[in-house]
Design a protein around this ligand. Structure first.
Ligand code: KIV
Ligand code: ZN
Length: 564
């Protein structure tokens, strides 16, 4: 079928002719210098910009997570940003190892106002920018290339001369050729060289050159080519920190940042959870977690994921998608039976302190403060592994395989009929109602055993509702003796086909649990019982099977049409 789209409306982004591409074999071996722009780019993109209180919360979170460079706003363009900057400085809110950064257009009066906002700050980065791409030059500013270079050069001069008026502050300068990735790379280098010429950075006093993909218009490989070309050809590479600022229009902001780091960049600007203009900025959390999962210290503390998600949503009024990389509610959850089985097997073999090696889980969810409860959740797609896992984790039951099959069939039927997820509590309720003896059902009161001539003899008292009765019988084993005694009393055949048992952890309401499968008059039933000793648990599990058989028989009788 022909698409209704007119693809001829668009043209491909020009490829970079590069013979000596090295970045594909580059490797990221350490965390970049992080800069958080949540309070500026992130804030500018909100339907309702952050209130003072929300800004303060976001600031506190960014500091807590370990960001050492934080762009706190655009004080020359917004009185609120100006006031927030003053609050940080006057109320001594800036830790000694954190530097605030302000953004400003390359215009004299705005640069002056930005310095006023920063008065008294111990340290600050002044970030000046102007746009350099052809569409901005031709359609927005109506300037040729030399006009654009002149804006950048004059801005750099003003940033430098104003800084001299505030000697109490240790300033660093940053320049962004806005729309760098849509600019001819050689021209972007020319503009940046003009700025570098003014600032005269050296190794002890580096300036930051920030390369934005203001709008992501090409693949991340093209961006990496641009960054590598820039790093190779810009003047005084050893005296500049090359920073990247990618946006996510094509969904590749993270990939572009990573390939850009492989291409030689040192620093990354981004936001928590990728909030920002249009599709957002590069997500600092995702990039940090990508590094972490490769065995690299991200130099950020992301161990309380739920707090990050909560504060970011509260400040931005944007909900986090449940499948958001690394932090979404569902990103470590398996519903599918085969995934659950694989995870369960791997988790049981994962040793403390060993290299993480678990199918379907790229990292240990516990590192982010998540528990394994959220890993395995049960719906109609789930298999026996999931139900078994929940029963073991939450209730200490290690169901034998034959019972896992029965239990998961029952839970799956329930999930299909309710068309919803089945919670751990709901699974426990179903297990109890189906396999465990209920109040008023059959329950062991006491038993006495004798061994004689290789045979076990049992006498037991069984409670049924308000009454009890006695049974007596013999067999080759204790369970066989119990079944025979019971069978004689109720007039049915009772035969054990499977049984299993294990001790329960200390602190649980019983010391042993037993699982039995019993044929009552040829029909199979499964029972589970917990008790103070293994034998009592087994007897009660058998009684539960008998109770199920009796209740089915009475249901059948009630349902049978009466014969006139
Ligand atoms: O996306 C962008 O180009 C920016 C600059 C001002 C750095 O936010
Ligand atoms: Zn931006």
């Amino acid at each position: 079928m022909m698409s209704k789209f007119n693809h001829q409306k668009y043209r491909p982004h020009p490829a970079i002719k590069k013979q000596d591409r090295r970045w594909p074999s580059g490797q990221i071996t350490q965390a970049p210098i992080w800069c958080a722009v949540d309070l500026r780019d992130g804030n500018q993109a909100l339907i309702e910009p952050m209130s003072v209180h929300q800004k303060q919360r976001m600031w506190a979170l960014l500091v807590k997570l370990g960001f050492k460079e934080i762009e706190i706003g655009f004080p020359s363009a917004s009185q609120e940003d100006f006031d927030f900057c003053r609050w940080l400085i006057e109320e001594n809110q800036i830790p000694d190892d954190v530097t605030i950064q302000v953004l400003v257009q390359a215009r004299d009066e705005l640069i002056e106002r930005s310095y006023e906002a920063l008065k008294g700050a111990p340290r600050a980065i002044v970030h000046v920018y102007n746009s350099t791409s052809p569409v901005q030059r031709e359609k927005v500013f109506g300037l040729d290339k030399s006009g654009i270079i002149e804006i950048a050069r004059k801005g750099a001069l003003k940033v430098k001369s104003e800084a001299a008026r505030y000697p109490e502050t240790a300033f660093r300068f940053q320049y962004s050729p806005e729309s760098f990735s849509s600019t001819e790379t050689d021209f972007a280098i020319e503009v940046c060289n003009a700025v570098i010429d003014v600032w005269q950075p050296d190794q002890d006093n580096k300036c930051i050159i920030n390369l934005p993909a203001t709008v992501e218009c090409a693949g991340p490989n093209v961006f990496a080519d641009q960054v590598e070309t820039f790093c190779d050809q810009v003047n005084r590479r050893d005296a500049i920190i090359v920073s990247l600022h990618t946006h996510n229009d094509r969904g590749c902001a993270i990939a572009a940042a990573e390939l850009g780091l492989m291409a030689g960049a040192d620093r990354i600007e981004g936001t928590l959870m990728g909030n920002g203009e249009r599709t957002g900025n590069m997500d600092n959390v995702t990039l940090a977690m990508n590094l972490y999962s490769q065995g690299i210290d991200p130099q950020l503390d992301l161990s309380n994921a739920d707090e990050i998600v909560r504060i970011v949503s509260e400040c931005t009024q944007i909900q986090t998608h449940p499948r958001h990389p690394w932090l979404g509610e569902l990103v470590y959850t398996a519903f599918s039976g085969s995934h659950q089985d694989a995870i369960r097997k791997c988790l049981s073999q994962q040793q403390d302190g060993a290299i993480w090696d678990v199918a379907y889980l790229p990292i240990d969810p516990k590192d982010l403060g998540r528990d394994y409860q959220s890993v395995i959740r049960v719906n109609s797609q789930s298999g026996k592994g999931g139900v078994a896992y929940i029963l073991e984790q939450d209730y200490g039951l290690q169901l034998p395989r034959w019972l896992q099959i029965e239990a998961s069939r029952m839970v799956q039927e329930h999930a299909e009929s309710t068309k919803s997820e089945v919670s751990s509590q709901e699974i426990w309720r179903l297990i109890n109602e189906t396999f465990m003896s209920r109040d008023g059902g059959l329950r062991l009161n006491s038993y006495h055993l004798d061994k004689n001539a290789g045979h076990e003899h049992i006498t037991a008292r069984i409670q049924t509702g308000p009454e009890d009765f006695e049974i007596r019988g013999s067999g080759e084993g204790t369970l066989a003796a119990f079944c025979r005694a019971l069978a004689e009393h109720v007039g049915k055949t009772i035969e054990i086909t499977h049984y299993d048992q294990h001790a329960l952890a200390e602190g649980s309401d019983a010391s042993a649990v037993a699982y039995v499968q019993v044929k009552v008059d040829g029909v199979r039933y499964c029972g589970i019982a917990k008790d103070g000793d293994v034998l009592s648990a087994n007897f009660n599990a058998i009684l539960s099977c008998l109770a199920q058989a009796q209740s089915q028989a009475s249901n059948r009788t009630e349902a049978a049409p009466s014969v006139a």
